[in-house]
Design a binder for this molecule. Structure first.
Ligand SMILES: O=C(O)C1=C[C@@H](OP(=O)(O)O)[C@@H](O)[C@H](O)C1
Ligand SMILES: C=C(OP(=O)(O)O)C(=O)O
Length: 424
């Protein structure tokens, strides 16, 4: 059955709203996992509720962890987590979640019994090979190089070299479980630059916050000492990457959008939105209410997005509506995200009359007058929100399968409508 079409609302005028975002997917799924391999019970406060987060909860439960939700509403929860010895004999659905498919296998490899992993059809083509080879070198048995696969531990740890140029999550996944490897871990990256480095800094900083010794002084080398993980009380920041469409709405419509509780210091790559939106002509200010973006004349940008690849669909949507061309580079690894995002963005923006060409590592976007039509989302939450952004300025855009935003922001359609109705 074809996915339903969602008529993307046009902006009635400059958008003026305050938009409170639920917790970061990346912090939530790291915190839940660290709590599951910790040495005593802990709490994860303000955790995101979404498909990716629910898949992480289900995976950790399947491996023997107790997780009970308290407080929060439909969008967030405080999880009380009681760790137990990791047990295998489980079957784990990773959905399309990079954080589940890359973070959970090294934990499953702590068990001596086999654990089977599979996910959505599109998950089966996402890069897993270097992580699975690494687990093999560290002592586990793994029967494949991509989903589906079965892992049988236990891993003992040690020293490995891998090429993590396809995804930073290949590094993060190994680091998160490494304190529990008997020999710890020395991990070296060898290959083209690792993307999304802020996400590796998020991993190392969360490990350090739980008392783990991490040495990352040498570029592309991470050393983790074996030892206990003291994940007692972790608080999840708002999801700054999911702020992109909302702050982008201010830039597109010449309005003003405020996101409360924007952290002063953060490892979230989404913090780069402050500089990116300013470079595209918006005014960005911080105040007691949060971070406010006020739209000006929207201009194109020449940007290397390697560190913040997940912002690319939103930046591409802005670029398609800007007054001058844009070149987005450093994001070849987006071909292995939820879908091939470079191909998908080019196809969908061009389908509305745009002029986008793919380069080896990015996109060149020349703004053209766009017309309404179907914007396909390819089961990719950030494609769906990119379509919604374009729809603000282009009447008649219909986004296929807006429900796919449930991956990280189940309330997206309601929040978007509220923003347009003036959420203040
Ligand atoms: O570790 C994480 O939480 C993430 C790392 C990044 O992955 P890549 O390095 O594969 O881009 C990012 O794009 C993804 O949305 C979340
Ligand atoms: C790349 C993304 O997700 P994942 O965690 O599945 O890799 C994303 O959210 O943009």
């Amino acid at each position: 059955m074809p996915a339903p079409l969602w008529p993307a609302p046009s902006a009635p005028g400059p958008v003026r709203a305050t938009v409170r975002l639920p917790g970061s997917k990346s912090i939530t799924n790291r915190a839940l996992l660290l709590a599951a391999v910790a040495d005593a019970p802990g709490v994860v406060r303000g955790a995101l509720r979404s498909r990716d987060a629910d898949l992480m909860v289900a995976a950790l439960r399947a491996l023997g962890t107790e997780l009970t939700a308290a407080g929060g509403g439909t969008a967030t929860a405080d999880w009380h987590v009681t760790p137990h010895a990791i047990r295998g004999g489980a079957s784990i659905d990773v959905g399309l979640a990079g954080t589940v498919m890359r973070f959970v296998p090294p934990v499953a490899a702590l068990a001596a019994e086999p654990v089977f992993f599979d996910g959505d059809a599109q998950a089966r083509v996402r890069p897993m090979g270097p992580l699975l080879s690494a687990l093999r070198s560290l002592g586990a048995t793994v029967d494949g190089d991509a989903l589906p696969f079965t892992i049988t531990g236990p891993v003992t740890g040690g020293e490995i070299t891998l090429d993590a140029s396809a995804s930073s999550q290949l590094v993060s996944g190994l680091l998160l479980a490494a304190p529990r490897f008997a020999k710890g871990l020395i991990l070296r990256h060898d290959g083209p630059p690792v993307p999304s480095m802020p996400h590796i800094e998020m991993t190392t900083s969360m490990l350090r916050a739980t008392g783990v010794s991490v040495d990352d002084t040498e570029p592309d080398v991470w050393r983790i000492e074996p030892g206990p993980i003291g994940a007692r009380d972790m608080v999840v920041e708002p999801d700054l990457s999911n702020a992109a469409p909302f702050l982008g709405a201010a830039a597109i419509t010449g309005g003003s959008v405020t996101v409360p509780d924007w952290p002063e210091h953060t490892t979230q790559g989404g913090d780069a939105l402050r500089d990116l939106l300013a470079a595209m002509g918006a005014t960005v200010t911080r105040g007691p209410d949060g971070l406010t973006v006020t739209g000006g004349r929207l201009t194109g940008i020449d940007a290397d997005l390697r560190d913040v690849g997940e912002l690319t669909p939103s930046i591409a949507a802005l670029a398609a509506l800007a007054g001058s061309p844009s070149t987005l580079r450093g994001v070849a690894h987006l071909r292995g995200h939820e879908t091939d995002r470079l191909a998908a963005l080019a196809a969908e923006i061009n389908g509305l009359g745009g002029d986008v060409t793919e380069t080896e590592d990015g996109l060149v976007i020349r703004p053209r007058p766009l017309r309404g039509g179907v914007f396909r989302s390819y089961a990719d939450h950030r494609m769906a929100t990119a379509g919604a952004m374009i729809g603000l300025a282009v009447p008649g855009v219909q986004v296929e399968d807006i429900a796919t935003t449930a991956k990280t922001l189940p309330e997206f359609a309601r929040m978007w409508a509220e923003m347009l109705g003036d959420g203040r």
